[in-house]
Write a new protein. Structure first.
Length: 77
């Protein structure tokens, strides 16, 4: 009887350890995916700013003032 209880405890411990390892791996993958998503969002914002900079480099001072006023109105809405 004692050996079977020890065997059961050993098997339960192994199952628990496997479940813990799977949970830890899934957590790591989730964090990695979240970091990749955050990096992609940052890259998209940088690209947007770069395209805005390219557009504004072609504008005169008066045109820049008009664009700035448009941007301020949109931002305040």
């Amino acid at each position: 009887m004692f050996l079977s209880i020890r065997s059961i405890i050993s098997k339960l411990t192994a199952i628990f350890a496997a479940a813990l390892a799977i949970f830890y791996y899934a957590k790591q993958q989730g964090e990695k995916e979240q970091k990749n998503n955050d990096n992609q969002k940052i890259a998209n914002e940088v690209n947007k700013l770069g395209s805005i900079k390219k557009d504004t480099m072609r504008l005169s001072d008066a045109e820049l003032d008009v664009e700035l006023q448009k941007w301020k109105r949109v931002k305040n809405k």
